[in-house]
Write a protein that binds this ligand. Sequence first.
Ligand code: MRU
Length: 365
Amino acid sequence: MMQMQIGLLPLKMEGQRLLLVDQRKLPGGLEYFDATSFEDLCFAITAMVVRGAPSIGVSAAFGLALEAKRQATMASPSDFMAKMTESARILNATRPTAVNLRWGIDRIMNGLSTALKNSTLESENVLAAKAAFADAEQILDEHIQSNKAIGEFGNQLLPSDCNVITHCNAGSLAACGWGTALGVIRSAHFAGKNISVFVDETRPRNQGANLTMWELTEDKIPATLVCDNMSGHIMLHKKVDCIIVGADRIALNGDTANKIGTYNLAVLANYHHIPFYVAAPLSTFDPGISDGSMIPIEERDENEVIFQSGQSITVPGARAYNPAFDVTPASLISAIISDRGVLRAPYSESISLALADKFGLIEIK
Ligand code: MRU
């Protein structure tokens, strides 16, 4: 079996600078956005320079660790933590749906508060900030590992000849390294299976057309771009073996939030008796919510719908509605492919088991 070469990572550190792949510019050009300052990081998440739930979480962790370094010499440990708590609150408000954002922030903040428990010396802030940076690097490595585990578990579900539909971009740019939904597709392809992919363009921001097609083409995995409204026709007239999508937040009962249009795909897949798989790391599960009705759905600017490449596609003064995500009920999900294994219904049981067991990460050679 071919060795897994991870794809382009969504971020890199250059000295003390946090550089993000500007995903708005792909596939036209590979540019890096300097998100070293706290304000630039918050802008980069809101404006979707970096996007995709796991990559948002990892970028937030690095950004908050850099902020800790900046603030470390400025105050006593208690003032420092008060400042960091405020920064964490601002960062967490940049986008509401992807729970990985809060997950990444909590990991760093828990590390800081543990390190500074009962501390009074300013010098300890510096040590805590250093540890926070090591945490961020650990989080990135964990996601690279978890991507690979998801790929391996998901590959076992796919037949040797397999036509897949995927939605949005859940690849190395969105998930750090190998991808979640695209990680499954990559693992199957590089395991020698005959995989071909129908890629939803994913209006209004076209993550499928811009990013997923780019990643699959880079890996020479056969892919066909389709409009989001073609899924039903494709399922009726073409051989589709399964649907694989990513996730932004998974509730304890399995209800899953993902890019708008995912719910449509799930309903169609069930009507056509086609397996519908969700692929996601444990950092995307939200143990704090029991079902999907509690997932906040981001509504973005109407102009993302009205304008394409700067051109209006409608009449002057038109209004648009732009929910960025929808929720697929657990009843429509055939399996959730996680980094702890393939979870099946009843999800309240399998998810609780997986969350309880999350520490034993599998190392895929
Ligand atoms: O608005 P985006 O581009 O951040 O939405 C991304 C998605 O919905 C992805 O499918 C999801 O985050 C999974 S990424 C591995």
